[in-house]
Ligand binder design. Structure first.
Ligand code: MLT
Length: 404
């Protein structure tokens, strides 16, 4: 008789954004006349940049000719893309990352879930609270989280690092020593960031404790302030303790196109074993590469036109962020984020729970957001809005919220 992975049975409910999707679908069925504005999941709305489309068209044509047709992609990804990344995302920022330390994938969500494959089950993980739920749920699936306590909303074996208004929504070094530390800056969900010297403290701490940092830099393109690091490898010693995960979803609108990459430096070792080799083994065995057409699309964002066009898209969303932040602050809400990130984190009014506020907002303003409690116990009493809607919808959503 086959057996299932019982760890799945410990997971509470469904994935956060599936739950929200179901709630909104039920509401829409009951109220088909209402125009719902979705500022919940961080999904982009602008079309792909012209440089990206042009590059994809060209690649599609190549796939139709015997001479230029491509089958399986190389395990790590095409060199043209890894070269562009190594040069523009790393070397130009003073971080010496080589192309065989870069692994192209179908996105940061998959990589942040899959990276656990190369780590032992009994590693102790530390996560921010609130946190992007993928880190927690995938570790729970792997049996690394212990048991879920519905009363506290916590897993017994996870170290939670509270990110509260008192700490500007940044985590503090944990009292209990972790083996793996998940950090995401600019942060999803709070939109908070830390400075380079603050990040250096995490790198120093990880090296001292022999821990690995899984650094999710999916929102790097939204950084507007000078002292915020764009990559963890700007910090001294980070190549010995950190894996960095990047996405093309938020900087170039690839949420539906799917492309990302993970950097595993060769200097990162457990004893004599390079994590780079383990990830290469895992990647080669379980993944057959992002499609050629999509990797060419990704390469296009490193061209001069591609850079200018995607920068414009980021500026468009950041203008939405400003509309949300300033509109809500003006209406008396306590807001943060939205300066180096496309997420605005607000305190729910009148001591409402975050799910109560979700229902209230849906019913009164027909606006969908994300309840903070969905990101962890310290997200309770908070709510996330994304800047990824259209400008018109963003303006309308804020006007509706202000009228409630
Ligand atoms: C979010 O809304 O938190 C993001 O869209 C999730 C993701 O990028 O997977």
């Amino acid at each position: 008789m086959f057996k299932i992975n019982n760890e799945y049975l410990k997971l509470p409910g469904s994935y956060l954004f599936s739950t929200i999707g179901k709630k909104v679908a039920a509401y829409t069925e009951k109220h088909p006349q209402e125009k719902i504005i979705r500022l919940g999941i961080g999904d982009v709305t602008l079309p792909l940049a012209p440089a990206v489309i042009e590059s994809m068209h060209k690649a599609v044509d190549e796939m139709g000719e015997a001479a230029t047709f491509k089958g399986y992609a190389p395990d790590l990804g095409y060199e043209f893309l890894r070269n562009a990344i190594a040069k523009q995302d790393y070397r130009m920022r003073g971080a010496d990352i080589e192309i065989d330390e870069i692994f192209i994938s179908d996105g940061a969500k998959s990589d942040s879930g899959n990276i656990g494959d190369i780590f032992a089950r009994d590693n102790k993980i530390a996560v921010c609270d609130p946190v992007y739920p993928v880190y927690v749920d995938t570790n729970a699936m792997a049996g690394r989280a212990g048991d879920y306590d519905a009363k506290t909303g916590r897993w017994t074996d996870i170290i939670y690092m509270p990110c509260t208004a008192e700490t500007d929504f940044a985590p503090e070094l944990p009292e209990q020593t972790p083996d793996m530390i998940y950090l995401c800056f600019p942060n999803n969900p709070t939109g908070a960031t830390i400075t380079k010297s603050e990040l250096q403290k995490w790198v120093d701490y990880a090296r001292e404790k022999g821990a690995v940092i899984i650094y999710d830099a999916a929102y790097e393109a939204y950084i507007s302030e000078d002292d915020v690091p764009h990559t963890i490898y700007e910090c001294e010693g980070a190549k010995e303790c950190a894996i960095e995960i990047r996405s093309f979803s938020k900087n170039a609108g690839f949420t539906g196109t799917r492309l990302g990459f993970t950097v595993v430096p060769k200097a990162l070792k457990s004893g004599d074993v390079m994590l780079n080799s383990l990830w290469a083994r895992r990647h080669g065995t379980k993944f057959n590469g992002a499609p050629y057409i999509i990797q060419r699309a990704g390469e296009a964002i490193y061209s001069e036109e591609g850079k200018a066009q995607t920068k414009e898209q980021v500026a468009y969303y950041m203008n939405n962020a400003k509309v949300i932040r300033e509109g809500l602050a003006d209406a008396g809400y306590s807001v943060s984020g939205g300066v180096n990130a496309p997420y605005i984190w607000l305190k729910t009014p009148d001591n409402m729970t975050s799910w109560e506020f979700f229902d209230y907002l849906l019913e009164q303003a027909h606006v969908v957001g994300t309840p903070g409690a969905g990101f962890g116990p310290h997200g309770e009493g908070y709510f996330r809005l994304t800047a990824f809607g259209s400008y018109e919808n963003t303006v309308e959503a804020i006007a509706r919220i202000r009228k409630m």
